[in-house]
Design a protein around this ligand. Sequence first.
Ligand code: ADP
Ligand code: MG
Length: 167
Amino acid sequence: MEVKRVILSIGSNLGDRIANLQEALNQLAAIGSTSKCSAIYETAPWGFESEHSFFNICIEFWTDISPEELLQKIGSIEQICGRSRTSGSYSSRTLDIDIILYDNLIIDHENLTVPHPLYDQREFVLAPMAEIVPELTDPRNEKSVLELWTDLGQHAARRHNDLVLNF
Ligand code: ADP
Ligand code: MG
């Protein structure tokens, strides 16, 4: 199968957040290759109350596995990194990996929606994405990441210039 460009959002708000992000990058290396990794952005939790802030990154990733297989793989990587799904929708987690874009596909399955349904409302996705792929467009509306980020108009995320991940 052909290699496709995928944009992944990776977040952690529990435990050693930098180590969790690094472990995600290490595990992802088994199924593809990362060509760009954003800086780490710190934001307050979105959609629920918690005292733990989130560390988030976005990566440009190349893989030949299908969207469904990729969803399964990121699920097992989340498991490996110790995430538990005890409560309902939004909760604290050691690691959350979301598929934001997969090539220019539009997918609307029961367990997988691509582009990710809420990414254009989330500064913690758009800020790191604008850093690495500002010109990439959303296949649903042809808007660029930079446009989407400008439209959102939020600038509360703190960019950590001093923290470095290896990929
Ligand atoms: P969230 O990421 O919204 O905080 P979860 O990580 O617990 O919540 O994901 C819940 C479900 O979202 C997953 O079981 C998965 O099947 C589904 N899902 C749908 N679209 C996507 C996507 N683009 N990337 C990742 N998960 C997705
Ligand atoms: Mg998720």
